[in-house]
Design a protein around this ligand. Sequence first.
Ligand code: UD1
Ligand code: CA
Length: 499
Amino acid sequence: MPTPDVRPTAVIVLAAGAGTRMKSRTPKIMHGMGGRSMIGHALAAAAGLEPEHLVAVVRHQREKVSAHIDQLKTGAIIADQDEVPGTGRAVECGLEALSAAQGGPSVLTGTVVVTYGDVPLLTTEMLTELVRSHESEANAVTVLTAVLDDAAGYGRIIRADDGSVTGIVEHKDASPAQRAIREINSGIYAFDAEVLTRALTQVTTENVQGEKYLTDVLALARAEGGRVAAVVTDDRWQVEGANDRVQLQALSAELNRRTVAAAMRAGTTVVDPASTWIDATVTLEEDTTVLPGTQLHGATHLGRDAVVGPDTTLTDVRVGEGATVTRTHGSGAQIGDGATVGPFTYLRPGTQLGSDGKIGAFYETKNVTIGRGSKLSHLGYAGDATIGEHTNIGCGNITANYDGENKHRTVIGSHVRTASNTVFVAPVEVGDGAYTGAGAVVRKDVPAGALALSVAPQRNADGWVETRRPGSAAAQAAAQAGDATGPDRAERHTDSEKQ
Ligand code: UD1
Ligand code: CA
């Protein structure tokens, strides 16, 4: 975590570019991985520095992007870049929006950090290191660099004979000798605010691309006597951007590898990291176990000793201490301490399972509150319902909650026992300690302690098969069973029950 001495004045996140190689109607920086959009990761890393001001510079698909940034609730100010192209102009527009937000021109002092909206693996720790080194060395500019085998396309770091940084040359403007340099500009910097503001007024668009280059600030800062330095990282993933979906997937896989490794170091057993996907936003307590084929998304939380998987996908699900969730698809649900879910269970939003409760195989639940120790063990649907404590819902029970126009609630008390294939036609209430008979269609409220029966008494048409299906296998089987009737058949029954 950053200490107050490295709190920068502002972080400006550049996000005005078009990102056409994504081939998408969705703006590039809104494409996601690991539980956040790329801009979401960038702003989270920036916000982690606890800057006085956070600014996002937008232009391409402005409405969508700025609405998304607002939703992220990082407190970022939106700055609009005008028609002048280039990273230098983008930062200038960011600084102008900042001064406008502060109520007019005032001299910005301290450290201004610049990052990109499409570099999702950059961490707060890396930014902290950059700012700390910038401030402790009293630099005018500190640039984050990396040494790459293939530096094509990047701006190259130009150093003097003494190793000090003299400037950056863009790939398109570079000479063959400069293109041989493998140290690249990540595009992430810490600037002295006053130097930055002053230098940007002198940056022109006189270059191959006709853009206002932010990179020109380095040489200008040095020319006015400022110290320009670099922090070289050997973690290339932290400075890598995604321009197309192939790069996006590569970054996503690497982010996941890091998230899973961090989870294991923090006390989670992950049996198969390769088939496990955990969002950066998920929280896991110690001694949790994640079995193969499991995806944990959003605000999902696993309590201590919980076991999840295999083949389970949970989005925004809270799993209580010691709970077990097997082969389950769930979202927006809460699973109590010691509860059991699965296998083959579909938990939809609003499902709240009490401690030591159970939702078993082939159950779908939605908007249902289930009390402590209650069990819905096999085959059914429970929606828009409240179930008390220690109630046992029999096999194949269904809450018929929808009348074709409106949804209605089913309320079932505590210590209730419902028999197989009970249908609750909502709205309906079942009192504490009540029972239902097999196949009951419960249309009227059941008082506490009552047994609800709704099926017609059974009638057997004796000899029906012999007359209506003569000669069939069933008829033959029935005839054989008939031969076995008599006193000794009754005896055999008794025998088998004794075994
Ligand atoms: C820039 C750097 C280059 C560095 C590279 C790292 C400059 C002049 N060059 O290259 O030295 O090696 O990043 O990736 O700065 N953006 C805006 N407004 C603009 C242009 C860009 O907001 O007018 C944003 C983009 O959305 C993106 C970032 O700035 O997030 C970088 O833009 P991009 O065009 O990818 O980088 P280059 O200028 O090619
Ligand atoms: Ca780029």
